[in-house]
Design a protein around this ligand. Sequence first.
Ligand code: RIB
Ligand code: CA
Length: 313
Amino acid sequence: MPRLIIDTDPGVDDAFALALAARSPEVDLLAVTTVFGNVGLAATTHNALRVLALCGREDVPVAVGAARPLVHPQPREATAAHGADGLSGRAATLPARGRGVEPVDAVTLMAQVLQASPEPVTLVPIGPLTNIALLLAAHPGVKPKIDRLVIMGGGLSGGNCTAAAEFNLWCDPEAARRVLVVEDLPTVLVPIDLTYRCAVDNHWLARLAATGPIGAALDSLTGVYRAHYRESMGFDGTVIHDAVAVAEAIRPGILATTRLPVAVETAFGPARGSVIADRRLTSFADESGARPIDVALDTDLDALRAFILSRLS
Ligand code: RIB
Ligand code: CA
């Protein structure tokens, strides 16, 4: 039974990812923690609570994390893609959750849950990595309780928020470098190189909407998000980036990974926030301080889409 902690900045695709975990019977969703990112922390927290309420999950503790990056300010939010409220302007249409946030912060909750867990836990960051960097800095003793990190982020062949950088890593490159390169936990990185290929079309969304109230509600959150992809990608559908990472956390191996040395650029300039993966056949002397991690670069696209649809139904 996968034991998960999801760190999230909902966010339309985060909503699909949270619902995927919340509605998968074999998943033990131990906690959800929130972080700034797509929109501000108050909105991401509000949205996380409401998506869990939509999925009937009052049992899952939610704790509030970082409101800003470790060192430098967040360059900008992603309201153009997710709407001002983070859910295409539809956040208020989701049910309110009776149970509010926990009295402790996200890092404290993650540490408490990890220390109390009898089995190792998979951490699934699907937003900026600030909370994870803080957890590992403040509570290194919990590392034996983390079996792996499954992280949505990075772009090996270019970015989505700049030409070089993907949004999650770009929001806090210092945190991304700490977690991906300096730390030594087993890590699967799920980059946009794969998540874009996993995009779902309007037919898939229509099938989701027809499955029942949860599917219909999730589909109702995609208006601004789909318009963003139509305008920016010429694609009529949506890219549920975060759900691809959660699918791997739920079903290890559903994504095909390749071990690659990666580095993260933290210098200011056109490449800040980018991930550099060394795909040369024989890596030369390591001058970049890169660390070998598992990068997800392929999957059975139809099987993955069917898996996600089946769980959200
Ligand atoms: O680049 C995609 C990532 O940025 C996803 O996590 C999406 O929610 C946004 O946060
Ligand atoms: Ca996200």
